[in-house]
Design a protein around this ligand. Structure first.
Ligand code: BES
Ligand code: ZN
Ligand code: ZN
Length: 490
């Protein structure tokens, strides 16, 4: 995206930007908005008196300046009541303001605090991305070219420039995950996604991609089992980012990469099946995270593992009742071919463990049950290690990519016990479906600290939100970068 973000010292009202954005917390205008109101002979406050604009969160009012200011237009965004103000209000306000004028104004000036700056920048970038690849009508290029942030002092401007550079990279990283994930399954085969991962190689990033031959040599029966039902062979992507000290143990991030999940022989109902092209979003997010770490040059070592398959019914597909031997040596009874994510992740997690990581974080659109339990506003978190979970929760809080912990008491182990193999991939009963998936994965991480994030509810938007109209959300890039930033001591 060719949008420039700049920080300048000055007053909001003096900006030559075509549009300037001020704010109001309910009826209380910000100091800048008060100043603008005076210049505009009370036009803003009288709209508030007439209740045309009440400063509610998610609302916005445009005022023409008619030559009274250098700017052509003023937007006043509502921030709602002060006591409810948080990063989500802040992110939505920036996105809403930008969306309202992006096709109308070339430059837009904002006044936000240093604390809100990263939210604004990320949100403007994320909200500007819309997947229109397959609309043959020519896309209109964005009219907006510049977002200007105004500060009182030079020292704030300097700090702001650092924040902008970082936040811009993170926002673009999130969009990169979305860009991969949005591609439909007709095009986005395992080889396609692996090809994009390969492009990130170079410098501090090493990328290895295995196909069927190598998987067979390693005995990664989980990936093979699910992948063999498709003519498009599975790929196993490993990306090593060595930004930290040599010899320092890495963290591992593992992403579910089911490029299409039809359910396999245990086929899903056709209604909504097309959505299962986003069953690869965990993989897209770990790939995008490595790309972003490289761009930010963060001093950490991170290995990303992404098993990529298509789960299809065919003459060569795995079947209910099959027993699979995984790379770890453990065997899986396949009771339901639609619980395929955990089957490929058994090998993904095993492989991640070979790097003797400090911890493993996996992201997977693993269960519909997680969406039933938590909806779309957070991912489910499951863990075998409270200390690592606490760090992930902190990163979730800071990044605005929220998580909610689901229990992992040992009583749940029952759900994955099998009569014929070491574990089974699904229980007859739908009870505790998200934890069942988590427990299954836990069997393959051993003693390594591990956090599982079930992103089935968060990785895709169907009901439009302010920053994201529809499609892949790139959920997890912001959380993971925040996690590694704090591990790097930044
Ligand atoms: N990819 C699905 C989970 C999913 C459902 C993701 C809805 C996003 C939205 C997963 O592979 C799956 O099919 N899980 C089954 C598990 C069951 C068979 C134990 C499910 O959730 O029904
Ligand atoms: Zn499935
Ligand atoms: Zn799936």
């Amino acid at each position: 995206m060719s949008l420039d973000f700049v920080a300048v010292k000055g007053k909001l009202g003096d900006q030559k930007a075509e549009c300037i954005v001020a704010s109001a917390m309910e009826a209380k205008l910000s100091p800048e908005a008060q100043h603008l109101d005076r210049v505009l002979n009370g036009e803003i406050s009288s709209s508030i008196k007439r209740k045309e604009f009440e400063g509610k969160a998610g609302t916005i009012m445009g005022v023409r300046t008619l030559g009274r200011l250098a700017a052509r237009k003023i937007l006043v965004v509502g921030l709602g009541p002060a006591k409810e103000y948080d990063q989500f209000v802040s992110r939505n306000a920036a996105a809403l303001a930008f969306q309202s004028v992006k096709n109308d104004c070339e430059s837009i000036a904002f006044k936000v605090s240093l604390g809100d700056l990263a939210y604004s920048v990320e949100s403007i970038i994320v909200s500007s991305y819309d997947y229109q690849e397959w609309k043959t009508q020519e896309k209109k290029p964005l009219k907006a070219k510049r977002a200007v942030f105004v500060f009182d002092s030079e020292s704030e401007v300097r700090k702001a420039r650092e924040i902008i550079a970082f936040a811009k990279t993170v926002g673009e990283g999130q969009n990169y995950s979305r860009e991969l994930d949005n591609v439909h399954a007709g095009l986005a085969t395992p080889a396609y996604i692996a090809g994009h991962a390969k492009k990130i190689a170079g410098g501090k990033v090493k990328v290895t991609v295995w196909g069927m031959k190598e998987l067979e040599k390693k005995g990664y029966g989980g990936v093979i089992g699910v992948g063999k039902g498709s003519v498009n062979e599975p790929k196993f992507v490993v990306m090593e980012y060595n930004g930290g000290r040599k010899g320092e143990k890495p963290y591992a991030i593992v992403g579910k990469g089911v490029c299409f999940d039809s359910g396999g022989i245990s086929i899903k109902p056709s209604r909504g099946m097309g959505l299962m092209r986003y069953d690869k979003s965990g993989a897209c997010t770990v790939i995008a995270t490595i790309r972003t770490l490289k761009q930010l040059n963060l001093p950490v070592n991170v290995v990303a593992v992404a098993p990529l398959v298509e789960n299809l019914p065919s003459g060569s597909a795995y079947k209910p009742g099959d027993v699979i031997k995984t790379g770890s040596g453990k065997t899986i009874e396949v009771t339901n071919t639609d619980a395929e994510g955990r089957v490929i992740l058994s090998d993904g997690l095993y492989h991640a463990n070979l790097f003797k990581p400090k911890g493993i974080i996996d992201l997977a659109t693993l269960t519909g049950a997680c969406v039933v339990a938590l909806g779309t506003h957070c991912s489910g978190l499951m863990t075998n290690n409270d200390a690592l979970a606490a760090k992930v929760k902190k990163a979730a809080q800071a990044s605005g990519e929220r998580v909610w912990e689901l229990p992992m008491w040992k009583e749940y182990e029952e759900l994955v016990k099998s009569d014929v193999a070491d574990v089974k991939n699904a229980d007859e009963s739908p009870d505790a479906g998200a934890t069942e998936g988590g427990w299954f994965l836990r069997e393959f991480v051993g003693e390594t600290p591990w956090v599982h994030l079930d992103t089935a509810g968060t990785a895709w938007v169907e009901k439009p939100t302010i920053p994201i109209r529809t499609g892949a959300t790139g959920w997890g890039v912001r959380l993971l970068i925040e996690f590694f930033k704090s591990e790097a001591g930044h």
